[in-house]
Write a new protein. Sequence first.
Length: 232
Amino acid sequence: MGGCIGTHHDRSSVTNDTENSSPVAMGRNQPLKKDKPKWKSDVPFTDGQLRSKRDEFWDTAPAFEGRKEIWDALRAACNAVESNDHELAQAIIDGANISLPHGTLQDCYDELGNRYQLPVYCISAPVNMISEEHSESDPNDVPESLTTGEEVSLKLRLSTGKDLKLNVQTTDSVLHIKKRLNAEEGIESSRQRWYFSGKLLQDKMRIEDAKIPKGFVVQVIVSQPDPTPVDG
């Protein structure tokens, strides 16, 4: 999404920066800025899709390391920001001993030096939101069989610990490649959540729209299958 694409982080959310964080980042703490970041989404979406993306991020963020209590505090702070309750958001941040070197929730640290990076869509809505009615039909939805694109190598890092490379077309959608991954690895599309630089890649998004630089890795979070009921 917008300001989330093109960073140099393979994992979507948190890194332990004890060895490479700058003294400025670790030594300075600013109050939370009152102004919400303004940004434009590369792929416009509805309010329902925005909330779905946020839920997906918060549900999977702890899998990328970090402390669950800090993730919970950051989520509560984001909710307070969305409700325009700046004082509550600041109180939550202070209570959890979270440092904001730049005065924004997009880049923050806990007291142990762990770095937490939040995608901008968790903090504010894009300026180009669309209504639910407008989203029903998308003139850009062209069947992949009718499109041609450049062939590229896509690197995937599964949460199961396996790395894969797939040759795909830049016009392929994420869902199309999820189905390929299902055919090759037996992982159902509904169990796959794809992330790049903190951004959840939607099923309808094309590879060319995700703007993934050559050699960068897409994180694939694989959820556990539903347990098979046991007959009594």
